[in-house]
Design a binder for this molecule. Structure first.
Ligand code: NIG
Length: 394
């Protein structure tokens, strides 16, 4: 079954050359993009969609979210808006609520959150454990997530739960908990921050997870300067996420990580920055020195209860100094880069995501607008017209 989308006013490919085509068309067969070019020379297909001059771009790649949870932290948010500071401790509130929720309800909540994200154009999604914080519940979160999202990250090292010492908890995280989640996850993460895990503890987690064959990511430099970025680079992590407080040497380390091949992506989380009243991550500065940047939602009940990638893109343009094309690239190709999914076919035979190129997965979104510029020009408007995920209309 082939599908032709024609009469595209602006096709923002985010491919290797960053091509933007006008009066364009794309064809996909099954889940694979098979043709891209001028509408006037498009081949025939089984099904034809007339874009009516609208813009088409890659579906969003949301490379950082925490969607497996139950409960509500509205009161914490309200207190924060009244001047309280965010601290890692709120994670324990969500952990309590999550543990009390049945598998059925947790799955239903997760499916609902994924549906919300897809309705806003997200077509490839990572999510993390981290609200179980014991062997049984971390394994359960990983298992449930693996049935719903594209990529699952083990975040047992999110917070030391009450009633156990940090040393004993790390023995669990690096031992039986890691073994229990391994069938379901491909990534591991650690919250390297004051109030969560220090450099030495984070190093232990990263070493154990790397030895177990997992790819690495780090929550770093969210609430203040710290060792997160340097550790991420040292371990060859795929990304370091948050990056609100960077020293000159952190920026140099990130830039240097790309000087001899693949390095560490800086993932910026603007919705979180606004919701926690932290300074916006310095995405402009990072791009200017050659560090690849990803934009992600960080959807979670504590610091960023939104999965809206359009909101992140809009904020990146209006408040972080990125052009529309840079912001869209960070929210598509950048996310794919942070998940090692930007090119070719991986060992599982999965297709590249995050850009529109022949052979890549047919993850597309059509805007109810003639160009992607409208994402910033018309902030907050419902611009998602249609979404195709792996070639299937959503
Ligand atoms: O990425 N920073 C650590 N983890 C989440 C917040 C978790 C929470 O407060 O529930 C984040 O912002």
């Amino acid at each position: 079954m082939s599908t032709l989308i024609t009469n595209i006013g602006e096709l923002m490919t985010q491919d290797a050359e960053g091509r933007i085509l006008h009066d364009a068309a794309v064809v996909f067969e099954g889940e694979r993009l098979s043709w891209i070019g001028a509408a006037a020379s498009a081949p025939a297909a089984d099904d034809v969609v007339d874009a009516g001059g609208r813009a088409v771009l890659p579906g969003w790649v949301d490379s950082h979210s925490h969607l497996v949870f139950a409960g509500d932290r509205t009161a914490e948010f309200t207190a924060r808006m009244a001047g309280e500071e965010y601290t890692a401790g709120g994670i324990a509130v969500t952990t309590g609520a999550t543990r009390e929720t049945s598998d059925y309800d947790l799955t239903r909540l997760l499916l609902g959150r994924v549906a919300e994200a897809v309705s806003l154009g997200t077509t490839y999604l990572e999510t993390k454990t981290g609200y179980g914080l014991d062997v049984e519940h971390e394994a359960r979160s990983a298992r449930i997530a693996s049935t719903v999202v594209d990529e699952v990250t083990f975040l047992g090292a999110h917070l030391v739960p009450a009633g156990i010492s940090a040393a004993d908890y790390l023995d669990l995280v690096c031992g039986p908990m890691l073994q229990a989640v391994l069938p379901y996850v491909s990534w591991a993460d650690v919250f390297c921050e004051t109030g969560a895990f220090d450099a030495e503890q984070s190093r232990r987690v990263l070493e154990a997870c790397k030895a177990a064959g997992l790819g690495l990511r780090v929550h770093g430099n969210q609430l203040g300067e710290g060792p997160g970025v340097q550790l991420a680079v040292e371990f060859g992590a795929a990304s370091v996420d948050h990056v609100n407080y960077l020293s000159d040497s952190d920026v140099d380390a990130l830039a240097g990580s790309w000087s001899a091949g693949r390095g560490t992506v800086a993932t910026c989380l603007p919705a979180c920055d606004l919701s926690t009243r932290q300074p916006l991550a310095p995405a402009r500065r990072l791009l200017d020195v050659g560090v690849p940047v990803a934009l992600a939602s960080n959807c979670n009940p504590g610091t960023s209860y939104t999965s809206s990638m359009p909101y992140c893109v809009t904020t990146a343009v209006l408040q972080m100094g990125l052009s529309v094309s840079e912001a869209v690239r960070a929210a598509t190709y950048g996310g794919a880069l942070a998940l090692h999914r930007e090119t070719g076919e991986d060992v599982d035979g999965a297709r590249a995501v995050g850009s529109i190129a022949v052979g890549h997965r047919a993850d597309l979104q059509m805007l109810n607008a003639p160009s992607a510029t409208h994402l910033a020009y018309r902030p907050g408007m419902p611009l998602t017209h249609s979404v195709w995920r792996a070639g299937t209309a959503q």
